[in-house]
Design a protein around this ligand. Structure first.
Ligand SMILES: [Zn+2]
Ligand SMILES: [Zn+2]
Ligand SMILES: [Zn+2]
Length: 162
């Protein structure tokens, strides 16, 4: 399915395992959040929606600029919403870009491995289930408990290579 991600204009490169339709994605997110006893408040939902619609990893200030007066949207509000989405597994932060993306793999365990294209600025998330297992094994062997790991690989994507 992931290979199909670029054939439709409205597909989201980072959400191959989740509904491609934003409304369906948000409905699933809502379920996932309430299953964890939390709430997808209007501001959290709006931030997630903006992440879904963003072609490139989104910076916090871009999100803020696009919230168009939603509530009293101030930087701390946006950061709190982003923290919440990360805790819920619905978004990741790409540190090297200081930007955020929606995650389409929130329903299953995975390591967030990002392929960051230096030509187009896109970031594709891989499942990397084996990487996740290997990383957990090595880190628990070192007596370390991982809460969150994001692997960032930089290079040129297949679109830009073609
Ligand atoms: Zn993810
Ligand atoms: Zn997945
Ligand atoms: Zn590219």
């Amino acid at each position: 399915m992931a290979a199909m991600a670029h054939t439709h204009a409205h597909n989201h490169a980072n959400t191959p395992c989740s509904p491609q339709d934003a409304e369906a994605f948000l409905a699933e997110a809502e379920e996932l959040v309430s299953a964890k006893g939390q709430k997808l408040t209007p501001i959290r939902r709006k931030v997630l929606h903006l992440l879904l619609n963003s072609e490139e990893p989104a910076k916090a200030y871009d999100l803020l600029a696009n919230l168009d007066g939603e509530g009293a949207a101030k930087p701390p509000t946006v950061y709190r919403a982003l923290d919440f989405l990360q805790e819920m597994g619905l978004a990741h932060k790409i540190e090297s870009l200081n930007a955020y993306v929606a995650c389409g793999h929130a329903k299953h365990d995975h390591s967030a491995v990002f392929l960051i294209c230096q030509t187009c600025g896109g970031a594709e998330e891989l499942h990397a289930i084996e990487t996740s297992a290997a990383l957990s094994k090595e880190t628990s062997g070192a007596g370390f408990t991982i809460e969150n790991a994001v692997i960032e690989a930089r290079g040129v994507c297949r679109k830009c290579t073609a």
